[in-house]
Design a protein around this ligand. Structure first.
Ligand code: LER
Ligand code: MN
Length: 265
């Protein structure tokens, strides 16, 4: 299993799970020195200088990319399941550009907050018909896996639990995969371990956080047990600290590195 941390190339919200903020060389050097294998990149504009700097430093420090995350689009009001067709189309176009960028650096793309929430007055089926249509358009543009991330109910009202993610993919028979996140699973799933097992054949990436969205060992989940379950299942993707930078980015990343060193022994 490989390990990674989240980094945003742009100035993201302070409340977002962005461990390292900014495409500075110091951030990439620190991540490498702490022993991480790669990065999940939050990208707003694939053509920006900050994005180009990120690519330069990824190569310089020999770091891999797990997932490129288009969550910034949601912040701009662009959603794949939006009621307004022009909003959906703009979102599809922007994500297609991010997919092309991700392909060039061998990263996958996640569809999390960008799917959007279902309005109270519409049925969930109506929302999914729009979201599925957008997914089909995106799938036709790429051979790289697109990942659905189940996200907790306080952030979105579509695909909250891992089981809902599995059911969505099976129901619509789409060639999509899952990115699961233990922080959200702690809120939505009956058993994190069981959800890990149930979703394993579809899971390509894991956000590996403790109960408080900090590094494993900083909260109250059995992260060692979850690590062992992932190892037992033969998971060979990334375990990513998509964590809050608390008390500081460095301290949280260091605690994560110490955890991984301990459990890998
Ligand atoms: C993104 O990976 C995530 O987990 C969401 O909560 C959006 O920040
Ligand atoms: Mn996540």
């Amino acid at each position: 299993m490989k390990t990674s941390v989240s980094l945003s190339v742009f100035q993201g919200a302070k409340t977002a799970p962005i461990l390292f903020m900014g495409s500075t060389e110091e951030n990439f050097r620190t991540i490498k020195e702490l022993g991480y294998d790669g990065i999940d990149l939050f990208v707003d504009d694939p053509t920006s200088d900050a994005t180009k700097d990120a690519v330069k430093y990824l190569i310089r420090y020999d770091l891999g990319v797990g997932v490129v995350m288009p969550a910034a689009l949601a912040g701009q009001g662009l959603f794949l399941g939006d009621e307004d067709k022009s909003v959906r189309n703009k979102c599809i176009q922007k994500i297609s550009e991010i997919i092309k960028f991700a392909e060039a650096i061998d990263g996958m793309v996640s569809l999390g907050l960008v799917r959007g929430s279902s309005a109270r007055e519409e049925s969930l089926a109506h929302f999914y018909s729009k979201f599925v249509d957008s997914c089909e358009k995106l799938i036709s543009t790429t051979d790289m896996p697109l990942l659905i991330e189940p996200i907790n109910r306080y952030e979105i009202n579509t695909i909250n639990s891992v089981q809902e993610g599995i059911d969505f993919i099976n129901k619509y028979k789409l060639p999509l995969y899952l990115m699961i996140d233990t922080f959200h699973m702690n809120i939505e799933d009956v058993s994190i371990e069981q959800a890990l097992r149930d979703s394993f054949s579809l899971t390509k990436h894991i956000h590996f956080l403790d109960s408080n969205r900090l590094a494993p060992s900083m909260g109250h989940l059995d992260m060692e047990g979850l690590y062992r379950t992932a190892a037992e299942l033969g998971y060979n993707g990334y375990l990513c600290l998509e964590a809050l930078a608390k008390p500081t980015a460095y301290e949280c990343a260091k605690r994560g590195a110490e955890f991984f060193k301990k459990v890998k022994k």
